[in-house]
Design a protein around this ligand. Structure first.
Ligand code: UD1
Ligand code: CA
Length: 464
């Protein structure tokens, strides 16, 4: 039935004053992605031939976000609506870039959770039909009401401010999302006036025009009230965020992921997981996260662009960013793995350890209180508590190389650039500023230990 290319118009010119924000409303995020990003992704998933965004003030911010996020991968036609004179006027701004031979789909940039399934049903109504997404609300106040005749056919949409008392009792409302042939849309919009209670050009006026012209008018029911809900303030935004997070969590649970509490789980990106993966409460996952079979994530961890191998355990309160971890490793509690960290299989990184641009070979351990940055560490290395790679001289970063089987005693400072040969042992408390040969013991500290028997500790002044 659909022969014509699909052109989506995303209305995003509303000021969004109630957000009380310097950002355009549609850039406020749900699940870590601007609302308008959800809508654009839905249009993409529908296979739209072109997407047109109608923006108002803040268009520069919108374009800047789009370029940053999608780069040259996707194209959008931008149309500015300098003054917000109503939804019909907004749609008109996009018309010059829309060919006659097109099916048009109207979307709202501030209705982020609309499902591809619902939109698919709307578009499937055909390119010779005016199709509307409607929903039944217990509290329809504020919305345009769907007016039907005795046969149940839609005869028009009446806005709240123009509705009679009887019409106000109608609970089926217009969500604003609709589809129609471009030729008809162009004819109708030319006829829409602003002689109504709000003095605006109402897009909804086209419904009665379609009916009068004998065009088929169809409706599609929304699957939930939330998927067609707009966010005008931060209370609504937070409510939609919770709904979205719960939907994601439930989908993951159905796929076999174990979540200690789906209400205390936040995914702001994508998660790939194997079998028997479990995530405890309070975790935030961002970007692209991949967890292989049997991975266990303790409570209150943050994972941002992370890939973790099978059977690895991440303990509570660990923060991992741009990190790759092998299988059967053990991290945390309280570990901080910064960008460029690569931990091999069976590695251990314990509490209060910070790593950055560090490759750690199979079976190596950094168990307590260390900073390991700009380092290449071989296999079966043991880094003692309190060891620091002094990688920064105030201007440049330098590399620390530690070969297989090295044992670094506690509280050593490794002053980079420096390299430690295979199997070397470093005595505790050493400051290692020159390369260390393989094997043997190397230490660098005050030569003798002395004791002063009559030494007196400083005393606190007693207050009188
Ligand atoms: C509109 C519908 C109403 C529907 C409701 C659903 C009309 C006349 N009414 O009402 O039937 O029940 O949405 O939420 O269409 N926008 C612009 N430029 C404008 C005006 C609006 O871009 O000049 C955008 C807004 O940013 C928003 C969308 O269009 O994304 C809807 O605008 P809004 O003012 O919320 O419409 P309502 O009056 O609530
Ligand atoms: Ca509205």
């Amino acid at each position: 039935m659909n022969k014509l290319p699909l052109h989506c118009i995303v209305l995003a010119a509303g000021q969004g004053t109630r957000m009380k924000s310097a950002k355009p409303k549609v850039l406020h995020g749900i699940g870590g992605k601007p609302m308008v990003g959800h809508v654009l992704d839905a249009a993409e998933a529908l296979g739209a031939a072109a997407v047109h965004v109608v923006h108002g003030h803040g268009g520069d911010q919108l374009r800047a976000w789009f370029d940053r996020h999608y780069g040259s991968e996707r194209k959008v036609y931008w149309a500015e609506q300098a003054q917000q004179l109503g939804t019909a006027h907004a749609v008109s701004q996009a018309l010059p870039a829309i060919p006659d031979q097109a099916q048009v789909l109207i979307l709202y940039g501030d209705v982020p959770l609309i499902s591809v399934a619902t939109l698919g049903a709307l578009v499937a109504a055909g390119d010779d039909t005016l199709a509307l997404v409607t929903v039944e609300l217990a509290e329809p106040k504020g919305y345009g009401r769907i007016v039907r005749n005795a046969e149940g056919a839609v005869t028009g949409v009446v806005e709240e401010n123009d509705a009679s008392d009887a019409e106000k009792r109608i609970r089926e409302v217009n969500t604003g999302l609709m589809s129609m042939p471009a030729t008809r849309l162009k004819q109708w919009l030319a006829q829409v006036g602003n002689d109504n209670a709000k003095g605006e050009y109402y897009l909804t006026d086209i419904v009665a025009m379609a009916m009068a012209s004998g065009l088929k008018v169809a409706t599609v029911s929304a699957a939930s009230a939330e998927e067609v809900e707009g966010a005008n303030d931060r209370v609504q935004l937070a409510r939609l965020e919770r709904f979205h997070q719960r939907q994601q969590a439930d989908a993951l649970l159905r796929q076999g992921l174990s979540l200690a509490d789906p209400a205390r789980f936040d995914l702001r990106g994508t998660l790939d997981h194997g079998r028997d993966v479990s995530i405890d409460v309070g975790c935030v996952l961002e970007g692209r996260v991949s967890l292989a079979d049997g991975v266990s994530i303790g409570p209150y961890c943050i994972l941002r662009d992370v890939s973790i191998g099978a059977g690895t355990v991440i303990e509570a309160h660990s923060v991992l960013e741009q990190t790759v971890i092998g299988a059967a490793a053990h991290v945390g509690p309280f570990a901080r793995l910064r960008p460029g960290t690569e931990l091999g299989d069976e590695t251990k990184v314990g509490n209060f350890v910070e790593t950055k641009q560090a490759q750690v070979g199979k079976g190596s351990k950094i168990n307590h209180l260390s900073y390991v940055g700009d380092a290449r560490i071989g296999t079966d290395v043991n880094i003692g508590a309190g060891t620091i790679t002094c990688n920064y001289d105030g201007a440049n970063k330098h590399l620390t190389q530690i070969a297989d089987g090295v044992f670094v005693g506690s509280n050593s400072s490794l002053v980079a650039p420096v390299s430690l040969g295979a199997g070397a042992t470093i005595g505790a408390g050493s400051v290692i500023a020159s390369d260390v040969p393989a094997g043997g013991l190397t230490l660098c500290r005050a030569r003798e230990q002395k004791s002063y028997a009559r030494w007196q500790r400083p005393q606190k002044n007693k207050k009188d």
